[in-house]
Ligand binder design. Structure first.
Ligand code: SF4
Length: 701
């Protein structure tokens, strides 16, 4: 029987709506949903080939387990697998305490999945050791917003692209990573050729090529650039003094800070022309200005400073809360926002509450009906795998993510997985680098098979429903967690009361209640409203009945005194520095047609038409100096590891810089992938590691 089902694309945070076609419980096609406000029917190459990924040959369809590291995993049934895991977790918790276990989950889970994982760790077990691959993605954006505006809430919306006079894109190759947003940018520029587009990126990407002004800064110098722009706007009288006076704190200290960021000094640090810096500042200052930013700012040991220094520009010019203006972080993963909403990270709690706030902990404990929520922050991503390696964490449950590919310093991460007493992997796919380390594999459902909600980059929630039934013995992520939690409750001698969910809607309703009175209050929302009225932006409640397109239009910010806070940030260099032994900057990023570790896109032949193998892109000068010809094999290395791959010249790359795409891991190439070379150093506030940059040497093989 032919069927059509509304859903969303499961790749990036644009959150495009799709219509899935299925026949006799088999997905046969996909097209863009013309009624979805994220994409109005458009899809990029990845989204439009989603149906081709709906095949079962790379899926895990049966639980598997091994009782000894030296024997292969064997297929088993759910009761045996979950009883075994519940026994091992209970034993470990009894012997070593709740913080000896950990959960490492994913921005690709649905909000309901995320909610039960968080409640399992913090409410039932009593550990905050629950972190996610969103730590590698958006946590610096979160801390940037919280430091300045007071809450983790992108204030702008996609429609602002149509209203802006200056689109300032920093650290984002939007054309590749968020293609449907880029289509909107192209349309806006075609309608309004006077609109200025500035792109800040060391590489001359497709996005930078489209810009009116490309600031090809040296890697990691963003804070100097933003402070330099503020210096110029201050000097040119382009600041909104009334906005600063009435709605912000801390401007005088910031003024002192940016005084020394003269155009000459900033141009020297960033490696750009002074005149271009001045142009960028004048365009931004004229407004309305919309900034869009992504991993180039976030994946840095100074990611929080970079985010906050950019938001300073919006506050100083009053470019926020009005059409075409505001700081707008582009979410990497499809539901990183939903995960943050339920507090599914080591330092967060449900409903955008903070773990270090005793009142917030008490509110969540009351909501869940537990005595308390532990106060000690959990281990964040890098710390979690360090603790696994040292033996402090003994058992880890990984869901819907592939840390043996995506974490920095992969040799250490793999050593941690080898050292663990128990690795549980809940995943839909069996072709990941992490799969080989798992003692127990729990098969999960995937795109087109699940029900729940996702929140995209502009705070818009969509309810998705399954197009086809669960394949094989796979179960929904939330179902696996609930079944395990009930078994663990018994073993820990606790009442069987916390996880009485039969359908995801009950979980959504509990999450909804947790947002009451919070900045993201969605108490006016339900599955039924989402189904009948379509995807909605938060907040949406009895005071805000249609969802807010833009936040802070009234100039009131979610800080105790209602005023935004300027953040003082100084330029500091990257974690790894080039020197005579490692003279090349290595940058990493995405390709247009691949997604993450390729567990899904790597199964579609046509997605290799764009780029068919991993290469290192180099400036022609650097190739000639080393007598490397196009296609030559080269060894790229630093103290953490090495990779051998082909070299290709690229005029996108500046001299002394290089670029490797992040997608290929050991399942697809010899070597662990470019993240093996990346430092595990992380931002002190956001704890996000510097996955974008390292220093390497290059040898012809
Ligand atoms: Fe999917 Fe993102 Fe492409 Fe939209 S832009 S179709 S969400 S990958």
């Amino acid at each position: 029987m032919l069927k059509e089902t509304r859903s969303t694309c499961c790749y990036c945070g644009v959150g495009c709506g799709v219509i899935i076609t299925s026949e006799d419980d088999r997905i046969t096609g996909v097209r863009g949903d013309p009624d979805h406000p994220a994409n109005f029917g458009r899809l990029c190459t990845k989204g439009s080939t989603l149906h081709l990924t709906a095949k079962l040959d790379t899926r895990v369809l049966q639980p598997e387990m091994r009782t000894s590291r030296h024997s292969p995993r064997q297929p088993t049934d759910w009761d045996t697998a979950l009883d075994h895991v519940a026994d091992r977790f209970a034993e470990t918790i009894r012997e070593h305490g709740p913080n000896s276990v950990a959960f490492y989950i994913s921005g690709q889970l649905l909000t309901e999945d995320y909610y039960v994982f968080n409640k399992l760790a913090k409410g039932l077990i009593g550990t905050n050791n629950v972190d996610t691959n969103s730590r590698l993605c958006m946590s610096s954006a979160v801390s940037g917003y919280k430091l300045t505006l007071g809450a983790d809430a992108p204030p702008a919306c996609y429609e602002d692209i149509d209203h802006t006079a200056c689109l300032f894109i920093a650290g984002s190759n939007t054309a590749y990573a968020h293609p449907i947003i880029f289509r909107r940018i192209e349309d806006a520029k075609a309608r309004n050729p006077d609109m200025k587009i500035v792109v800040v990126d060391p590489r001359r990407t497709d996005t930078a090529t489209f810009a009116d002004l490309h600031l090809a800064i040296q890697p990691g110098t963003d804070v100097a650039l933003f402070n330099g722009m503020l210096h110029i706007m201050l000097w040119e009288g382009m600041l909104d003094q009334a906005f600063i006076r009435e709605h912000t704190n801390g401007f005088d200290a910031l003024k002192e800070t940016v005084r020394e960021y003269t155009p000459k000094m900033v141009a020297d640090i960033c490696g750009i022309r002074e005149a271009d810096l001045v142009t960028a500042a004048k365009w931004f200052g004229s407004g309305p200005s919309l900034s869009m930013y992504c991993m180039g700012l976030n994946q840095s040991i100074h990611g929080s400073d970079k985010n906050a220094a950019l938001i300073n520009l919006h506050l100083a010019t009053g470019q926020i809360g009005k059409p075409g203006a505001g700081p707008f972080s582009l979410t990497g993963q499809p539901n990183a926002m939903g995960g943050r909403e339920v507090g599914g990270m080591a330092n967060l709690l449900s409903g955008h509450r903070d773990l270090d706030n005793p009142e917030h902990r008490a509110e969540v404990a009351a909501l869940w009906g537990v005595e308390d929520v532990p106060a000690t922050p959990g281990k964040t991503a890098v710390e979690m795998f360090d603790a696994l390696k040292s033996g402090e964490i003994k058992a880890i449950w990984i869901a819907c993510t592939n840390p043996a590919h995506s974490m920095p310093d992969l040799n250490q991460v793999r050593a941690a997985l080898e050292n663990a007493e128990l690795v549980v992997l809940q995943d839909a796919y069996g072709n990941t680098d992490t799969n080989i380390y798992a003692d127990v594999v729990l098969p999960a459902t995937s795109w087109g098979e699940k029900e729940g909600t996702v929140t995209n980059s502009e705070r818009r929630i969509t309810h998705i429903t399954p197009a086809v039934a669960k394949p094989g013995a796979a179960r929904h992520d939330w179902e696996i967690v609930v079944d395990f939690a009930q078994r663990l409750e018994q073993r820990l001698g606790k009442a069987n009361t916390l996880f009485n969910y039969l359908v995801p809607e009950t979980i959504f309703n509990e999450h909804r209640e947790s947002t009451r009175g919070r900045d993201l209050d969605i108490t006016g929302l339900s599955y039924q409203i989402l189904d009948t009225q379509g995807p909605q932006q938060w907040p949406l409640n009895e005071k805000v009945s249609t969802g807010l397109q833009r936040l802070y239009s009234d100039g009131i910010f979610p800080k105790p005194d209602g005023r935004a806070q300027f953040h003082i940030a100084h330029y500091k260099p990257t974690a790894d520095k080039t020197d005579a032994r490692q003279p090349l900057h290595l940058l990493t990023g995405r390709l247009r047609d691949q997604w993450h570790g390729m567990s899904r896109t790597g199964t579609v032949a046509q997605l290799f038409n764009h780029v068919d193998e991993p290469v290192i892109s180099l400036n022609q000068q650097d190739m000639e100096r080393r007598q490397i010809k196009p296609g030559d094999l080269v060894k790229v290395s630093n103290k953490r590891g090495s990779l051998t791959l082909r070299a290709q010249p690229s005029d996108e790359i500046q001299p002394a810089q290089s670029f490797i795409p992040m997608h290929w891991g050991s399942q697809f190439m010899s070597g662990l992938g470019c993240n093996a070379l990346m430092p595990s150093a992380f931002d002190k506030i956001s704890r996000q590691p510097e996955l974008k940059h390292t220093a390497v040497k290059l040898e012809k093989v």
